[in-house]
Design a protein around this ligand. Sequence first.
Ligand code: REY
Length: 412
Amino acid sequence: MISGTVGRGVVGSGAVLGALALSLLAMPARATPGQVSGEAPTALPAPDTAQLRDVLRSAVAQGAPGAMARIDDDGSVYTATQGFADQDTRRALDTDDRFRVGSVTKVFSTVVLLQLVDAHQLDLDAPVNRYLPGLLPDDRITVRHVLSHRSGLYDYTDDMFAQSVSGFEAVRNKVYSYRQLVDLSLKKARTNTPGAAYAYSNTNFVVAGMLIEKITGHSVRSEYENRIFKPLKLNDTSYVHPDVRIQGRYARGYLTPDTAGQALVDATEQTVSWAQSAGAVISSTRDLNTFLSALADAKLTSAESLAEMERFTKVDSTTAYGLGLRRRTLSCGVSVQGHTGVVQGYYTYAFTSEDGRRSVTALANTSNNTKVLNTMAGTLESAFCGKQRTDRKRAAAAVERTEDIAPSLIRH
Ligand code: REY
């Protein structure tokens, strides 16, 4: 039987399966040296691993079968896990387990496009229609508008997942073309004139995937592999669309039904065709930390292109969006950048410090559970603010953010 209560009960007993594991390992320093000469080392407070463990424990108490986090801090690695990777076998979640990263995929897609900017094959301020003639109904929509969620293109997933379980079951084995997804969006009016406002929309990153394929002449899969996965040796990271399986060892993902009290739905196997370049990458905590650190260290793009990605426009008092990259200002005043991700069964937070020296990736293997989503934001507080986190209630309020993912799909 799959039920959140079973997972909670057993995990709550503490010792079973070593469900709670907290470790600090001495690791060799990062292969990619972070310090630019003349730059002062970041004075971040030490991570608070006890607090991190409490955050994960809360997520499990709120209905996640499992929750985990890995912090890579300039050569030191902290990991914490709680609960199960698989509710049926009761295998404990492990920070080496792979999972679906959802919209963290948008950072990968953006990096590929910025590499094309570096190679003078793409102009951020050119209309999308210059590269994809006739695709969009408005020639004023630029590549930059798309990557900063300012295009006004309606998010088709708002309709697709209005009902969480039936919406998911209707698409879990479907294979869409990019154009079909854009057409779903274009059935609806634009949400704003190009450039006028920020409005998070998966449609933007479907267009990003189309740009990658049009300009390179290759699939997004081979571009991710050749430009990012292989050079950074991200051996746990893959893009297998439309295959429904996750290779290697992985955490199963459990979608929370809209009706309270119903059993979680195992959503692990799906094509993720509804998201593709907006959300279909599979990875691990270690690989996402490696990726975000390398990105912030300008190892993947030119410094100029990184600066474009990091040109953040305010979304609200604590968050801002650049190009495929979100910045969050935590309760201790530290700003971090990265992305959140939601696909059915998986909530991901992947963020790094401004200099890339400290990264954290956290996962809960459930979704459609706003309490768990907001609780997991506490992993960032523990990782980057440590004991300087402001009192827990205020900190929780300060990080209670849901706009990283399609806002109308968040259930309260
Ligand atoms: C899709 C629905 C969320 C998730 C989404 N994900 O847009 C992209 C992202 C890739 O930003 C689903 N919610 C859930 C519902 C709500 O079905 N009715 O929580 O699993 O990461």
